[in-house]
Ligand binder design. Structure first.
Ligand code: ATP
Length: 659
């Protein structure tokens, strides 16, 4: 049986309705029984609004013997009501929202999005939603906020002890009602019309509304969400880096990671220096200190300079400091292309009041020429095109950004002295070559404390060894030990177990101390950086003895590698110099050639001009004749000239002494 067989003959044609439906139908069709044709426009109209209605009504009439015509007015009414309701309800809702509700819109390109979504994911209404979005990372997908690394908190350890990404559930697009502090709130998530190049997750809009004109409950909710978010990061140091927004020249701070705060004790440095630094910053951050500065008109800022060879712990100390004082750290490398006065100024303007600002590698920023440098140096500087973009230049006194758009020393000083840096921030500058810096940059007031970092000495080496091999409580798989302890309910047995554990640890630490001394005695002092030694030890982190046994071979190899590297660098430098010299010589030869050609051309032109000037015209011929004659017979010429004069002027000029 085909599909068409279901329908009576002629059903598909417009005339079917009037001819076959007349027997049963009365309503609309009764009026047209006698003449089927006038009904057609009505049916066509109904079909227009409800496509396929005539066909459906025909089937219902044939098989169920119900005449839908009778219900047509009702259906139409329902349709009209639906349309009106749609318009009216959205209008009414709009009016209600405008006059009787408070709404907070959440920007998806702001950190508040991450804050709120973290809160929402923890709410009952979110976990009970029937349609929801599942994420392993709740953070905004907006390019301004999309971080490439996930917080460690987003991971959980399952019973099988395998690390898995935690799943977060948030309500899907639509309106979701929930109760908060006894008030009914509405969480709305919708997809906004936007450019197709944006990802779906980027195109969402979030808002929370409450009934009533006072939005206090919304503000409280946001505060609670923020508090919860901050608690999550309490034991972490949030690291931000100064960068340019993708595809634009606008600078911005991008949160790049949240690291577990590094304890101060893990930074190996002279204990007194460490304590002095902590005391200094503690004193500086006291509210009374701020008043003290203000009362005396002294700019409220504090600068620290950390200097020393690469890999000696400058960045580590800065991070530990930020973690210790629970402050965010904002890092900008002056050797990066983003570093010019304009970008730095806007980055500084965006900084929060209390934070650590780390200006990295100011030596790579081109301060090898000092501000007191000679005029020649300055001239060289201005023509030096080999500098890395973003390098600092000494400036020419007139401008803070030189012609290449690079940051000048005066530009940097302006930023350091500017209003933006007088907000109680801790400014740390790091450098590998302190001696090459301008004294203006490190004068008291700009740099208040200088901390020197050096290559590892014997004490440092053994401290690094201990740091790697000492047993820390967190190293244990606590879930396993806890289970064992839980099983043994007897207090004595438990105490015994703990004592045994402590004894084992003490024995381990004593062994590590001896090994550390042995290791340190084998490493020459002030030759290797802590980072190099740490890197080596980490290769043997499960076997301390192996680390001691193979250190000599490593030292040998490292020296060899360094020598090779030095030779390679020297060779590269030699080649580069040679190439530069050749290029300069070539340039000079070309210039000389060019000059020669120009001189030749000039000479040729001159000769040509002379020739042109010397080609005899009629007058010239006359003059020449005169000249020739003049040379032959001066007296005669004189007479002739006088004759000419007579002819030209019409009268004779009386010559002196002429009778
Ligand atoms: N004094 C130190 N105490 C503890 N760890 C250190 C120390 N020096 C270096 N390290 C280790 O070496 C690595 C590199 O250190 P860090 O980045 O702090 O050095 P740096 O001086 O800032 O180097 P650079 O000048 O190249 O930026 C880190 O993993 C750090 O743990």
């Amino acid at each position: 049986m085909s599909f068409l067989d279901l329908f009576p003959v002629g059903m598909a044609s417009p005339s079917f309705w009037s001819s076959s439906g007349t027997n049963e139908s009365q309503g609309l069709s009764n009026a047209s029984d006698a003449s089927p044709t006038p009904q057609m426009p009505q049916l066509a109209l109904v079909d227009f609004f409800f496509p396929g209605f005539s066909m459906f009504a025909g089937m219902v009439s044939k098989y169920l013997h119900i005449d839908l015509n009778l219900y047509l007015p009702l259906l139409l009414l329902a349709g009209v009501f639906t349309v009106v309701w749609n318009y009216a309800s959205s209008y009414l809702w709009e009016q209600l929202e405008t006059h009787f509700m408070s709404v907070v819109d959440i920007r998806t390109d702001d950190e508040i999005y991450n804050i709120l979504m973290a809160w929402v994911a923890n709410q009952r209404f979110s976990q009970g939603a029937r349609r929801f979005v599942v994420n392993t990372n709740l953070n905004s997908r907006s390019w301004r906020l999309w971080y490439y690394d996930y917080d460690d908190d987003d991971e959980d350890i399952s019973e099988t002890k395998k690390k898995k990404k935690a799943l977060s559930y948030t309500p899907s697009f639509g309106s979701h009602y929930f109760w908060y502090r006894g008030r009914l709130l509405l969480f709305r998530r919708s997809s906004k019309e936007s450019n197709s190049f944006m990802m779906v997750s980027e195109r969402e809009e979030i808002s929370i509304s409450c009934f009533g004109r006072n939005p206090w409950v919304l503000k409280e909710l946001l505060m609670e969400a923020r508090q919860m978010y901050l608690q999550k990061d309490e034991h972490k140091t949030l690291i931000y880096r100064g960068t340019l927004k993708p595809g634009s020249t606008e600078p911005t701070w991008q949160r790049c990671m949240a690291r577990a705060s590094r304890p101060f004790s893990t930074v190996i440095l002279n204990e007194k220096t460490k304590q002095d630094l902590i005391d200094d910053v503690t004193d500086y951050l006291r509210p009374s200190t701020q008043r003290w500065y203000a009362n005396r008109g002294i700019p409220y800022r504090r600068g620290y300079m950390l200097h020393g060879p690469p890999g000696t712990g400058k960045s580590s100390l800065s991070l530990a400091l930020a973690g210790f004082f629970k402050m965010r750290i904002y890092i900008v490398s002056l050797s990066s292309i983003t570093a010019n006065e304009e970008t730095l100024a806007s980055l500084f303007a965006e900084l929060p009041r209390r934070c650590v600002v780390l200006l990295e590698d100011i030596d790579t920023a081109g301060l090898t020429h000092t501000r007191e440098g000679t005029q020649a140096q300055l001239q060289n500087q201005s023509t030096d095109d080999d500098m890395v973009p973003g390098q600092l230049t000494t400036g020419n006194g007139n401008t803070n950004t030189n012609s290449n758009g690079r940051l000048s020393l005066s530009g940097l000083l302006n930023i350091l002295d500017g209003v933006a840096s007088q907000e109680g921030r801790v400014l740390i500058m790091t450098t590998n070559h302190r001696d090459q810096l301008d004294s203006a940059l490190i004068r008291p007031g700009r740099v208040d404390m200088i901390v020197e970092f050096g290559l590892a000495d014997e004490d440092m080496t053994s401290a690094i060894f201990r740091a790697i091999f000492a047993h820390l409580d967190d190293d244990d798989d606590t879930s396993e030990t806890e289970t064992a302890a839980d099983i043994i309910l007897d207090a004595d047995e438990r105490q015994k177990l703990e004592l045994e554990k402590a004894r084992k640890q003490a024995a381990h630490d004593a062994r590590v101390n001896i090994q550390a001394k042995e290791f340190a005695s084998k490493v020459p002092t002030h030759e290797f950086s802590p980072a190099e030694l740490q890197g080596y030890l980490m290769k043997h982190k499960r076997d301390a003895q192996a680390a001691i046994d193979s250190i000599e071979a490593w030292i040998e190899q490292t020296r060899k590698d360094r020598k090779e590297k030095q030779l390679k660098e020297a060779e590269e430098k030699r080649k580069a110099d040679l190439k530069k010299k050749e290029e300069e010589a070539k340039k000079k030869t070309e210039e000389a050639k060019k000059k020669e050609e120009e001189a030749k051309k000039d000479a040729e032109k001159k000769t040509a001009d002379e020739k042109t000037n010397s080609t005899p015209t009629v007058d010239d011929k006359e003059t020449a004749k005169v000249e020739v004659k003049e040379s032959k017979a001066p007296e005669k010429l004189e007479l002739k000239a006088k004759g000419d004069e007579k002819l030209d002027s019409g009268y004779v000029t009386p010559a002196s002494g002429d009778p």
